[in-house]
Design a protein around this ligand. Structure first.
Ligand SMILES: Nc1ncnc2c1ncn2[C@@H]1O[C@H](COP(=O)(O)OP(=O)(O)O)[C@@H](O)[C@H]1O
Ligand SMILES: [Mg+2]
Length: 262
């Protein structure tokens, strides 16, 4: 079938991943590949299973069957705390920042599993040594600076405008210097101007990093992706270049009647 593309150099591969939750088939033999150094899109109507794919890759949920390969190596259960050690980082749909920690501390959490495991324990107890903490703080400030939000460092997430919160969440994913970045709707709730800056930013990361992008804003997806996989009701229904996917009748049919997918 057309969507089993010949993939060169995939850094991340899902092979026949299936998952049932509460008796419902949420993912049904999903096979997708992410070629190294590309921006690869994962799109589909609401409820298609995109965030669940990210949850499976990051070990938040365990698939019933199928395999995941990172850099050609089959993964046993990846513990979420060890994800950054595998060179993978993700953002959460929304922002998912800790509300009582400053922007800087939130970003430091993203780099903390390089130091020690137990992200939540660290968030609560901060058992970092001074040296570790100073190094992480400097790295985190540098990433905030790269994203032009250094002046937000000491503010709580709730004090910051939503687009800035989204950047803090991005910084938290970037601070571990991941090879593979999983972005779950990074453009959700931000303005057209911010989306166009985001597009530039995403393209600036490749080919050094590889990006798997879940996004509802079709313009952004079509602009930044080299390759797109389309999921509908837990199944891959299409794949190809932005132009191929845009014209695919199965994709158009899947999106019919769906709000916010334009
Ligand atoms: N823990 C769960 N139990 C049962 N169903 C779930 C659970 N988590 C997600 N789902 C369902 O799985 C489907 C896919 O969800 P999700 O991956 O969030 O979709 P998307 O990110 O593509 O919008 C949805 O129908 C959702 O309701
Ligand atoms: Mg989602």
């Amino acid at each position: 079938m057309k969507y089993f593309l010949p993939l060169t150099d995939p850094i991340l591969e899902l092979c026949e991943i299936s998952l049932k939750l509460s008796g419902l088939q949420i993912l049904d033999a999903v096979s997708i590949g992410v070629p190294q150094g590309t921006v690869t899109g994962l799109i589909g109507p609401n409820g298609a299973g995109k965030t669940t794919v990210f949850n499976v890759i990051s070990g938040f949920v365990l698939a019933d069957s199928g395999t995941i390969k990172v850099d050609g190596k089959k993964q046993k259960h990846v513990h979420p705390h060890h994800l950054t050690k595998k060179g993978i980082a993700r953002t959460l749909q929304g922002v998912g920042l800790f509300p009582t920690m400053s922007a800087l501390e939130n970003v430091m959490i993203g780099g903390s599993s390089q130091v020690r495991s137990g992200i939540i324990a660290q968030a609560l107890a901060m058992p970092w040594t001074d040296v570790e903490q100073n190094r992480l703080r400097a790295q985190s400030m540098a990433v905030l600076g790269e994203l032009n939000i250094a002046d937000a460092a000491n503010r709580l997430p709730g004090e910051l405008p939503y687009p800035i919160q989204k950047r803090v969440a991005l910084a938290r994913a970037l601070v571990s210097d991941p090879q593979v970045l999983l972005l779950d709707e990074p453009a959700g709730g931000i303005s057209a101007a911010d989306i166009s800056e985001l597009a530039e930013l995403i393209r600036s990361w490749v080919p050094k990093r590889t990006v798997l992008l879940v996004e509802h804003h079709m313009e952004l997806v079509m602009e930044v992706c080299d390759l797109i996989w389309v999921l509908d009701a837990g199944k891959v229904i299409a794949a190809g270049t932005p132009d191929e996917v845009r014209r695919d009748p199965a994709v158009l049919a899947a999106y019919l009647g769906e709000d916010g997918a334009t």
